[in-house]
Design a protein around this ligand. Structure first.
Ligand code: SAH
Ligand code: SF4
Ligand code: F3S
Length: 463
């Protein structure tokens, strides 16, 4: 499946290329990321290419010779925002004629968008899609040597997965490792399968080698990424992959997202339970608590089969952290359907829920469905749902007051620099006061207080 080392060769071919043309200087770059974890992971690879070519991270746009926007189109509002950002770039392009401006990612694969950018933003030098990331060095080389725009919107379903790209990781403690690309589920509201293409699994050897390399760099926690990790098929199953990933020396925590309720089975839950390094946390998007809406969404499960999975998960791992995604205002959603979702939240009592207002995506089946829910009703339902879930999240957080939780320390808290911050295995944020600093280490924290978004505690002992 892997695209062969042609692309590895290319990184060598262009290595240091920009310092040569910049008479030994290191020009600055910025990668602006707009999407999900997969999009963030792609940005780390874009940065990897750029640094291999001689660029260095810049703090301000004025110091940049290269700026890239890595786009997302899962919600409609993103387009207007991107066009706003591109408009703003004009002043930097005018001030610095050597600045190269690139736009890439999922939105470029969406019908009409790349065309609009071509027409309306003549100063966008490079345009490429989510499946052409490995070509950045070649495209950049083309722009720098031929002084003309480079476009690559490759969308060949037979194309394999590019392996061996360099990456600049945004954290020294946790890292993302994609295990598969694309999605075959075609949930009727979702644009991802159209822009990311068909599901493809990476070879387990490539995944495990990447994890070993990261362990060697001091990474402690890895999140395995895919749009639907339980349909992973790289010759071994996802449960098999979890067990192998959990056995890598130095990787003390393995997380994964996202699982799909239609095909998560006991084998995966048992692999989570049996493998010490695999965190007891399951993010399982429910999307709606109404069977009628789940049918219209093409989700291929019922609320009862969903509950049955979570009951099984809690039976195998009583302390498991559970989170979900919910959409309100799907076409045709009635107050009764919405109450089914509210009821599901009360029944499951998730630790956390990401809640979204339905956004119409042109080209998806739901965009053509009747019964558009008026904005006012969507927002009202959204607010009511948030009220319920925030109360549940706070109640669940409060239940951990007085317990001792093991956290992986990530560093000082962004909101309060006198505190350190870390996460529990169940994925709750814990802020705690301590004199010492030990990012990357494990600590046992006595939980003393709970808020909706985090827990607070005191250092019990370093582990
Ligand atoms: N593959 C993952 C993530 C998909 S995108 C999954 O299946 O869960 C992340 C979340 O965005 C989805 O779970 C869904 O809740 C939300 N989402 C996707 N398309 C949307 C749309 N058109 N409107 C509102 N929310 C959407
Ligand atoms: Fe979108 Fe559904 Fe695929 Fe998730 S599983 S990316 S929601 S189509
Ligand atoms: Fe992710 Fe957005 Fe693409 S959610 S897969 S970056 S459309």
């Amino acid at each position: 499946m892997a695209i062969m080392s042609d692309e590895r060769y290319e990184s060598g071919k262009y290595a240091g290329y920009v310092n040569n043309i910049n008479a030994g200087g290191h020009p600055g770059y910025m990668v602006k990321t707009f999407g999900c974890q997969m999009n963030e992971s792609d940005s780390e690879k874009l940065a990897g290419w750029l640094e291999a070519m001689g660029y260095r991270p810049a703090v301000t746009e004025e110091d940049c010779s290269f700026i890239i926007f890595n786009t997302c189109c899962v919600r409609e509002s993103a387009e207007q925002r991107l066009f706003g950002h591109l408009g703003e770039m004009k002043k930097y392009k005018t001030a610095n004629k050597d600045l190269v401006l690139a736009v890439c990612g999922c939105m470029m694969q969406q019908e009409g968008v790349a065309e609009k950018i071509r027409r309306s933003y003549p100063y966008a030098d490079i345009i490429f899609g989510a499946n052409s990331m490995h070509k950045l060095p070649r495209l950049l080389h083309e722009v720098l040597t031929q002084r003309r725009r480079a476009v690559d919107l490759e969308d060949d379903p037979a194309q394999g997965i590019a392996e061996g790209m360099p990456a600049v990781r945004s954290s020294g403690i946790s890292a993302y490792v994609p295990i598969m690309h694309g999605c075959d589920n075609f949930c009727t509201y979702c644009i991802v399968p159209y822009v990311r293409g068909r599901e493809k699994s990476r070879d387990p050897k490539d995944i495990l080698d990447e994890m070993r390399g990261l362990a060697g760099e001091g990474i402690k926690e890895i999140t395995l990424l895919g749009q639907n990790v339980n349909s992973y098929d790289g010759g071994i199953s996802f449960a098999g992959l979890l067990r192998k990933a959990g056995g890598i020396d130095g990787i003390e925590r393995v997380r994964f997202m996202t699982s799909h309720p239609k095909d998560i089975g006991r084998d995966i839950l048992e692999a989570i339970h049996d493998t010490d390094a695999v965190c007891n946390h399951l993010h399982l998007p429910l999307q709606s608590g109404s069977d009628r809406i789940l049918g219209l969404m093409n989700r291929n499960y019922s609320r009862d089969s969903y509950f049955a999975i979570l009951d099984m998960a809690r039976e195998i791992m009583p302390g498991i952290g559970l989170s979900t995604d919910i959409i309100v205002g799907f076409p045709g959603e009635t107050e009764e359907d919405f109450q089914d979702t509210m009821d599901a939240l009360e029944r499951v009592r998730f630790d956390f829920a990401f809640t979204f207002i339905y956004s119409r995506r042109k080209g998806t089946p739901a965009a053509e469905m009747p019964g558009e829910v008026p904005d006012g009703i969507k927002h009202d339902r959204f607010d009511r749902m948030l009220g319920v879930q925030n109360r549940i999240t706070l109640e669940r957080n409060k239940a951990s007051i007085g317990t001792v939780e093991t956290v992986l320390v990530e560093g000082t808290s962004r909101t309060d620099p006198s505190m350190m911050t870390g996460r529990t295995g169940s994925n709750k944020i814990v802020n705690f006061r301590t004199g010492g600093t030990k990012a990357g280490g494990f600590a046992e924290i006595l939980i003393t207080d709970a808020r909706t978004w985090h827990l607070e505690g005191e250092l019990y002992r370093w582990k």
